[in-house]
Write a protein of this length. Structure first.
Length: 84
């Protein structure tokens, strides 16, 4: 399972549904707040990823702070996937 590919795919799906424009390319150091999704879109993204992947790291793991970059967001999902 390629977590990064699934996250990127879900980001594009959510952006399209919410008529948001994602910046391109989204790099590892891209700040989540600057990639083009709003807070509602992030909630939808997490819900979509839970449906696609079968887990939600924000409820399954103890996370002290919300990730600020794409790399941090990906790392949290990868960590949770590794524990599945």
């Amino acid at each position: 399972m390629n977590i990064e590919h699934q996250i990127r795919h879900a980001m594009h799906q959510v952006a399209e549904l919410n008529d948001c424009q994602l910046i391109e390319p989204i790099e590892a150091d891209t700040l989540l707040l600057e990639c083009g999704l709003d807070s509602l879109s992030y909630a939808m993204l997490v819900a979509q990823l839970e449906e696609d992947l079968g887990f939600d790291p924000f409820t399954d793991l103890v996370i002290d702070t919300y990730p600020s970059s794409f790399a941090e967001f990906l790392a949290i999902y990868q960590l949770c996937a590794d524990k599945q």
